[in-house]
Design a protein around this ligand. Structure first.
Ligand code: SAM
Length: 326
């Protein structure tokens, strides 16, 4: 079988597909202008996603994650999951969501064959949550988290992007969730993917080591857990507690060397690296007589465009994460 190997020998196996640029939350780090990217014109169709999945699997990609925007705003998400499950070679079908609509939609997603869910949870106090998401309701999210745990999609992975001055006051309460719940709670460093100016970004950035120090100061020493060296999160636990606490430090400890990802944006661009803007328009391939073969050629070109290490220096970028798909 052909495989997708970049110029640095990294094998691309994980496909992230953004199924909509729309989101019902306006999180500071993702969409700082609160404007979203609300024009769904040109959003990938179910058929196009099916071709991309087939093409990717034919090149050895074996895991897919649906994201957005908020992927649960996309009505046809279960159909896309079903396609992914049917494609030979794809072993893992996951979702990243803010969980606000998850309780209601989970049964159809499970029926379609969803394997795993990652949930963004940036605060636990209702007012802090509302502020962080500009209007979100924690109760709905919590119901979604409970539904996933009850459905046995474990370990339930919860993620918070910590932004100084926005939700750093929630760090200890979020870490405490792992006392009585077997969650994996991962703290993610704020990346400069948005339109914040350089100084604003620097003021808000909080390194993972500072987050860890705060947790240890308040809750006690963290004991390292064995972690897959290729996985972005380093996992720990507080002895005796049920869950795990993780740190994903893409800025202070970049993990580009083990990157196995390729992204499809909701407007049909292949994005080889999250932190560089070298996108490849997939539209011509999607309109080709043999779309799967044409998409495979595009995948090969995009893999060749992957850089050794992402540009983490803040720059003005044309797209925020909500438009790229995290
Ligand atoms: N709406 C969904 C959600 O909330 O999980 C999926 C899309 S969101 C863009 C996917 C992930 O990107 C989330 O885990 C979010 O925390 C992360 N993310 C967005 N902007 C980020 C930034 N500037 N730095 C670090 N992570 C970011």
């Amino acid at each position: 079988m052909r495989s997708l190997v970049d110029r640095y020998g990294r094998v691309v196996r994980d496909l992230r597909i953004s199924v909509t640029p729309r989101c019902n939350y306006k999180c500071f780090y993702c969409d700082p202008l609160g404007e979203g990217f609300n024009d769904p014109t040109g959003t990938v169709t179910v058929q196009e996603v099916a071709w991309v999945l087939e093409a990717g699997a034919g090149l050895g990609m074996n895991s897919v994650r649906f994201t957005g925007g908020e992927p649960l705003l996309r009505k046809e998400l279960p159909e896309m999951i079903e396609h992914a499950r049917r494609v030979v070679g794809i072993e893992d079908v996951a979702l990243t969501t803010n969980a606000s609509l998850l309780k209601r939609r989970l049964p159809e997603l499970l029926e379609a064959g969803l394997n795993r869910v990652n949930i963004s949870l940036d605060a636990i106090d209702p007012d802090a949550f509302k502020r962080a998401t500009k209007g979100g309701t924690i109760r709905q999210v919590w119901q979604g988290i409970e539904a996933v745990a009850e459905a046995g999609l474990t370990p339930v992975k919860l993620n918070a992007v910590i932004v100084r001055g926005i939700n750093d006051g929630e760090i200890i309460a979020l870490a405490r969730l792992t006392k009585h719940h077997p969650f994996h709670f991962r703290f993610i460093e704020y990346m400069h993917l948005n339109n914040a100016d350089h100084n604003t970004y620097k003021e808000h950035f909080m390194p993972g080591r500072e987050i860890r120090a705060l947790i240890e100061e308040s809750l006690g020493s963290l004991e390292p857990l064995e972690t897959d060296p290729a996985a972005p999160a380093r996992l720990f636990k507080i002895p005796g507690w049920q869950g795990a606490i993780g740190f994903i430090n893409p800025v202070s400890e970049p993990f580009c060397g083990t990157c196995s990802r390729m992204r499809l944006t909701s407007d049909a661009k292949l994005r080889p690296c999250l932190l560089t803007d070298r996108e490849l328009d997939l539209r011509p391939a999607l309109q080709a007589a043999d779309p799967v073969a044409a998409i495979q050629e595009s995948f090969l070109i995009a893999a060749h465009r992957k850089v050794a290490s992402g540009v983490t220096t803040p720059t003005q970028r044309p797209r925020t994460m909500v438009a790229i798909g995290g």
